[in-house]
Design a protein around this ligand. Structure first.
Ligand code: ARG
Length: 467
């Protein structure tokens, strides 16, 4: 049985809360993470109340000093969080009243925990989005640099995970970078809808005090007060949007991880990851495992789970606030932490990728990756594409039988399949010729990759911090 709970709202209750119910309904074990934003919001609220004459300037200063001291207690780990006090909001308010007496009880004038919590999460998300954006920018910058450096490095490009055509490693990295550009745009777009202020909606209908929501919004750096009080306390779209951004980003990082894992294997042998990003095996002394990309791939699942949890949390909720909403925090916190850690891992790791250029080149030479180039060559000499396709198919079959790449066959061998083939064919059958020929915007030619990297750098500079 909890006596303490009754002090905040117990006036109409005839018995204390059941001890299990107090624990079951409490959120303080996890929402204490919002303490800094809660205090920030309360300071702005008290400042606004004094500005409109609901508090005196003296009361405001007493409240602000008390809250600032509490902030210090929390930071030093001295704050005594109480489960009977339910959540971060009532813990801080009760402590304030302990410290400054009756004035502490005036802080909640014209406010409810419903608009308070919605404000806290938005402030929290805004802070976290800015940290996440900085990591995303760091990753993108590192990736663009690596792409530029590897603009001439040739590797096989795949479809169906079968060797398809040669590409440059820089081009492959810039494909990753395009995914991240879209993620970056989504994040900044989400931030716009995060940065709207619920405070002043009070429980659901607004408040009878002469509050000025524009003042509070400005003090807290919000773009504007939320338009409708019912929507303000109940909207969690921004949380769903963030986890949706996070899910798509992690899906991308997972795809990149999968490639990194494949590429470090002895079978591919395309890259080396420095030892600091890998771990060993306790039984197999030779092992060096790509744990970091594997874990990022693995963590994608929990972020998808959080998106589903939040979507399901919100469906069927009638207006306005419902206690269900207390369940928004843990998925959101974990999504934030997971995204931040995965981005940090990638931002540290990507610039340290060491391509094994010879091995990539050899792999591109196997698997008849220039077969399409031979077909295009025949078309340029007047053969219809379907006939060219057939001729090259026969050449490949011959190559498989004799274990020769197209470029390793003699002119006479190639001419068995078409008399149109001449000495100049060997220019198109080289890997360098093949990639250089794809020389248009979006193509894999080294010059195009360098130009694309420089455009990417400019676009990133224009986008970053664009909030
Ligand atoms: N702990 C609550 C939450 O996280 C705070 C708001 C509670 N409001 C209420 N009327 N019970 O959503």
């Amino acid at each position: 049985m909890s006596q303490a709970t009754n002090q905040s709202w117990g006036g109409r209750f005839s018995e204390p809360t059941d001890a299990f119910v107090a624990r079951f309904t409490a959120s303080v074990t996890f929402d204490q993470r919002l303490a800094r934003q809660d205090i920030q919001g309360s300071i702005a609220h008290a400042t606004m109340l004094a500005r409109v004459g609901v508090l005196t300037d003296e009361e405001r200063d007493t409240i602000i000093n008390g809250l600032t001291e509490i902030q210090g207690e929390i930071e030093r780990g001295e704050f005594n969080w109480s489960i009977p006090l339910e959540d971060v909001h009532m813990n801080i308010e009760a402590r304030l009243t302990d410290k400054i007496g009756i004035t502490g009880k005036k802080l909640h004038t014209g406010r409810s925990r419903n608009d308070q919590v919605a404000t806290d999460i938005r402030l929290f998300m805004r802070d976290e989005i800015d940290v996440i954006e900085a990591e995303l920018v760091r990753l993108r910058e590192g990736m663009i640099e690596l792409a530029d450096r590897e603009a001439d490095t040739i590797m096989p490009g795949f479809t169906h995970l079968q060797t398809a055509q040669p590409v440059t490693f820089g081009h492959h990295l810039l494909a990753w970078q395009e995914m991240l550009t879209r993620d970056h745009e989504r994040l900044l777009d989400c931030r716009k809808r995060v940065n709207v202020m619920p405070l002043g909606a009070a429980a659901l209908a607004g408040t009878t005090y002469p509050i000025d929501r524009h003042v509070t919004a400005e003090l807290l750096g919000f773009d504007r007060p939320a338009e409708n009080s019912l929507d303000a306390v109940s909207d969690r779209d921004f949380a769903i949007e963030f986890t949706s951004f996070a899910s798509i980003l992690l899906m991308h990082l997972s795809r990149m991880s999968e490639e990194l894992v494949l590429w470090t294997s002895a079978q591919f042998d395309f890259i080396d990851l420095p030892d600091r990003f890998c771990t060993g095996s306790s039984i197999m002394p030779q092992k060096k495992n790509p744990d970091v990309p594997e874990l990022v791939r693995g963590k994608t699942g929990r972020v998808y789970g959080h998106l589903m949890a939040l979507l399901t949390l919100m469906k069927s909720q009638p207006l306005a606030y419902n206690k269900d909403n207390q369940e928004d925090k843990e998925p959101l916190f974990d999504a934030v932490d997971t995204v931040r850690d995965c981005l940090k891992a990638f931002a540290d790791m990507v610039p340290a990728i060491e391509p094994k250029k010879d091995s990539m080149y050899e792999a591109a030479r196997r698997g008849f990756s220039t077969a399409t180039d031979l077909a295009d060559y025949l078309v340029r000499k007047g053969v219809a594409f379907r006939d060219a396709h057939e001729i090259v198919g026969q050449s490949v079959a011959y190559g498989l039988k004799t274990k020769k790449d197209l470029s390793e066959m003699t002119l006479e061998e190639l001419q068995q399949f078409s008399a149109t083939i001449e000495q100049d064919v060997f220019e198109v059958l080289t890997l360098e010729g093949s990639v250089a020929a794809r020389n248009h915007i979006g193509g894999t030619a080294p010059d195009q990759v360098r130009a694309a990297a420089s455009r990417a750098r400019e676009a990133l500079a224009a986008l970053k911090g664009d909030a």
